[in-house]
Design a protein. Structure first.
Length: 286
């Protein structure tokens, strides 16, 4: 029987206490302009600076809402896995992740509340489809861990790019701090998720992985489009009308599509090397 002495000692740091919430600032960029869905689109670049900055706030709020949705799904699975685990070390590890994911969600909620942007009601059809697909997958299945890796890495890649772009423009200090805390914690979670993904894939027959690969591919595609291409409502909230036209421009933006392919590539490459023959229209093989 495993003992807690075998568990690496990971000190928990409450993210809410590590941020100066009085510093929430709506007079600067929250997402670097190069990471916006409309970056490089002539009609967008011609808009007033203030309107472009507001869109950066709302696209970041969209990223937080996507994170809240994903973490709610993941926390429910972690709680069930911990409850069923008879290994004390594994249960402790899962509960630690659960505590950190809850901390992240509280951090996201706090910023959305203090910023005044609040929550955008409803989720896209793609998000609801991805959720429905995910619920059908057993928690210990190889497919679950592959989906967990993709679900955590898709927004994390954008978050990492945001943090590295701090020299590009002046970002909100609160947003930058959130990005740093989230990236620090997710590095540990992703390492564990990849470890579980490789282990479970090695135990899953190749014929089953081939059979389930289209399901995994579809889920990744749906979630990536949800995260990287905000709904028309995001543009409407920024005062950009007709909102649907702006979304069409974002979907057809070659710079954004190239950026998304680059952000997805590490995850897709890892899953393919783990034995999942997935296909992605957003991240082609060549």
């Amino acid at each position: 029987m495993s003992s807690l002495a075998e568990l690496p000692q990971i000190r928990y740091q409450d993210p809410l206490s590590g941020i100066d919430w009085a510093g929430v600032d709506r007079e600067c960029w929250w997402m670097p302009p190069s990471l916006l869905s409309l970056a490089g689109v002539a009609e967008f670049e011609a808009l007033p600076l203030r309107q472009r900055q507001v869109l950066s706030h709302l696209e970041y709020a969209h990223l937080l809402e996507a994170g809240l949705w994903l973490e709610s799904q993941f926390m429910a699975r972690l709680a069930r896995l911990a409850q069923r685990s008879e290994d004390v070390v594994r249960r402790a590890r899962l509960l630690h992740e659960l505590r950190e994911e809850a901390g992240h969600s509280l951090m996201f909620v706090e910023l959305l509340h203090r910023s005044g942007y609040g929550f955008h009601a409803g989720r896209s059809v793609r998000a609801r489809l991805a959720e429905a697909l995910g619920r059908l997958v057993p928690s210990e299945a190889a497919l679950f861990w592959a989906m967990a890796v993709a679900g955590e890495e898709i927004p994390d890649q954008l978050n990492r790019r945001l943090r590295r772009a701090v020299e590009e423009v002046t970002l909100s200090s609160v947003v930058y701090r959130i990005a740093c805390i989230h990236m620090r914690d997710e590095a540990i979670h992703l390492a564990y998720g990849r470890e579980q993904c490789e282990l479970s894939a090695s135990r899953c027959p190749s014929w089953r992985r081939r059979l389930l690969a289209p399901w995994l591919s579809a889920t990744i595609e749906l979630y990536a489009r949800y995260v990287y291409f905000p709904s028309a409502a995001t543009y409407a909230r920024a005062g950009m009308r007709p909102a649907q036209l702006w979304r069409v421009r974002a979907l057809g933006n070659p710079r954004r599509r190239a950026q998304v392919a680059q952000l997805l590539r590490p995850t897709v490459t890892f899953l393919r090397r783990s034995g999942w023959p997935i296909r992605s229209g957003l991240c082609p093989t060549h």
